[in-house]
Design a protein around this ligand. Structure first.
Ligand SMILES: Cc1ncc(COP(=O)(O)O)c(C=O)c1O
Length: 456
């Protein structure tokens, strides 16, 4: 007798970020198709996807232009590599396009397959840079608690979340973590945003001095910390941080895997927050996740050293079989063209305004909601045991996880973020007003039901 899909899933599929034993016992959802913001599972169940997959299917499921572009490219050229100076027309066109959209001073694009491998690439680039200019000690990288930068051996350590370290012997020894600009848990209530930003910048400076500035190579930051809780920094934060970085010649890596290509109404959030990065990480929205593709965008200053350094070290010894894969490159070019043709950046601002209006109207006075956060088409609510002063729930109660599960049963997929009881919203840009209303109202119903379950 053949096994059912669900049985095969439980027996053979080793799922990422999954409670392994629980999954083997009870299984999960198996999705079969998608259109716009709606997913359908193999049993015919339908769900509104308030998370665009994992913050990535920005143009929604089933986009006809992307389907056509990919199909056409498969028939023209399904693969060629970019090692040893080889290329494809698409990889070249995409590089030029990305640089034309990127913040000023960006010079070259190195392609990878995921945000994680791109952040590993970034570290290697910075180490190579410092070796090439005779600063072999300058190798440490500072990231922030609750920052999310991936899961590979290097980037998993950069990620500032405990469950990515424990059991894996991470982070690697050259990684340090600073406090994040998270008002709810890190700021004294009486402190102003400006004072909070100053305090975090002072702490960063103290850390750099303690480590020895000659040993600190880079600081990595998401403009908005997405997976760590949708944390929007005070306006004063990045200017204060960048002053410190410049003072000690510490490079800035802007991890824009979630924020680049429109979710915040700009092509790059670095421009929105006044960041002047040396390297930018992008992935997800670059292809709207139809095909895996990531990139490390490097500045002119870095490029010149790498170019001259490779005279000393030989050919740049880093790259992936699938770097600049032509199908992914074609998909990215089409994605960027659709963003322009369909004025998607304006749309994310407009739909984002509605999302935040709905979140405020629905949750402002909710007894369990300690903070409503976000900007444009990314939002979150954080559930707390007590407000004023804020007190977190016992993690064992899994309040947000239970609310997300209930929401899915009611037909809306939100995501309980790993660092706290936070429920996120990051819908596809094509989301309609009615879909946003349904997403927010369904999550409200789910939160109310869990509140009742825990006696509130
Ligand atoms: C900001 C950020 N950086 C890096 C990554 C890692 O990307 P990937 O899962 O493609 O390795 C993610 C994934 O969510 C992310 O949000």
């Amino acid at each position: 007798m053949s096994l059912s899909l669900s049985e095969k899933d439980r027996r053979f599929f080793f799922h990422p970020f999954t409670a392994l034993k629980a999954h083997e016992e009870s299984g999960g959802k198996i999705i079969a198709s998608g259109e716009g913001c709606t997913l359908t599972d193999v049993d015919g169940g339908r769900y509104l996807d308030a998370m665009a997959g994992l913050w990535c299917v920005n143009l929604g499921y089933g986009n006809q232009r992307l389907k056509d572009a990919i199909a056409d490219q498969v028939t023209k050229l399904s693969y060629y590599h970019s090692f040893s100076g080889m290329s494809t027309d698409l990889a070249v066109e995409l590089s030029e396009r990305v640089i034309s959209l990127a913040p000023k001073n960006m010079a070259k694009v190195f392609f990878g397959n995921s945000g994680s491998d791109a952040n590993d690439t970034n570290a290697k680039i910075i180490w190579f840079y410092n070796n090439a200019i005779g600063r072999p000690e300058k190798k440490k990288i500072i990231s922030r608690f609750r920052g999310y930068h991936g899961v590979t051996v290097l980037s998993g350590g950069l990620t500032g979340l405990k469950n990515l370290h424990e059991g894996f012997d991470l982070p690697l020894s050259m990684i340090r973590h600073a406090r994040p600009p998270h008002r709810l848990w890190e700021k004294t209530p009486s402190m102003s945003d400006a004072d909070f930003a100053d305090q975090l910048a002072r702490e960063l400076e103290e850390m750099i001095i303690k480590e020895g500035p000659e040993t600190v190579a880079a600081f990595i930051a998401e403009p908005i910390q997405a997976a760590g809780g949708v944390i929007v920094p005070p306006a004063e934060y990045f200017p204060a941080i960048q002053k410190v970085l410049k003072k000690y010649d510490v490079m800035l890596i802007a991890d824009e895997v979630v924020t680049a290509f429109g979710r915040l109404g700009t092509m790059f959030a670095s421009d929105l927050f006044g960041l002047e990065p040396d390297i930018i990480t992008v992935a997800k929205g670059l292809t709207s996740a139809y095909i895996p593709l990531s990139a490390s965008i490097v500045s002119e200053r870095i490029w010149k050293v790498l170019r001259d350094g490779s005279e000393k070290y030989g050919a740049f010894g880093h790259g992936y079989t699938y770097s600049a894969h032509p199908i992914a490159a074609r998909c990215a070019l089409e994605t960027l063209q659709i963003l322009e043709d369909e004025r998607m950046l304006e749309r994310t601002v407009k739909q984002g305004a509605l999302l935040h209006q709905l979140l405020q109207d629905t949750f402002k006075d909710h007894p369990l909601v300690g903070e409503i956060r976000g900007k444009h088409l990314i939002g979150a609510i954080e559930l707390v045991d007590q407000k004023n002063p804020a007190k977190a729930f016992d993690p064992g109660e899994k309040v947000a996880i239970r609310a997300a599960k209930r929401s899915m049963e009611l037909g809306v997929i939100t995501r309980a973020l790993p660092a706290a009881d936070t429920l996120a919203f990051s819908p596809p840009f094509v989301v309609t007003d009615a879909e946003l209303e349904k997403m927010v109202s369904t999550v409200r119903t789910a939160v109310d039901e869990i509140a009742k379950e825990i006696g509130r």
